[in-house]
Design a protein around this ligand. Structure first.
Ligand SMILES: [Zn+2]
Ligand SMILES: [Zn+2]
Length: 100
């Protein structure tokens, strides 16, 4: 384990709930890697690291879905992005890190 693994990587505090961190969620589906921004508290989602494109979510929805493939964001194809994946997405300039 490197020290990187104990860091939480996030874009900014959540503007919706004020409590959560907007983190980068990776979806691997059909060998395609997609990234999106997900608040770890209220599950608000954005498709871009500038957080301008918010994904509309149904308030009643108990199982939010990936904006790209519509599978559950907590499903087996999803995980929090590591630094390598964030570089791959070209989003590195948008993130900051805190100790877990
Ligand atoms: Zn939130
Ligand atoms: Zn997906």
């Amino acid at each position: 384990m490197t020290s990187q693994d104990s860091k939480i990587i996030y874009v900014e505090s959540c503007p919706i709930c004020g409590d959560g961190l907007c983190r980068i969620r990776i979806c691997i589906s059909n060998q395609k890697v997609t990234g999106f921004i997900l608040c770890d508290e209220c599950e608000a989602m954005w498709t871009d690291p500038l957080m301008q494109e918010r994904v509309p979510t149904n308030v009643d929805e108990t199982d939010p879905q990936c904006p790209s493939c519509s599978q559950s964001i907590w499903g087996k194809n999803m995980h929090w992005a590591n630094i390598g994946e964030i570089c791959l997405l070209g989003w590195f300039d948008h993130v900051q890190m805190v100790d877990e």
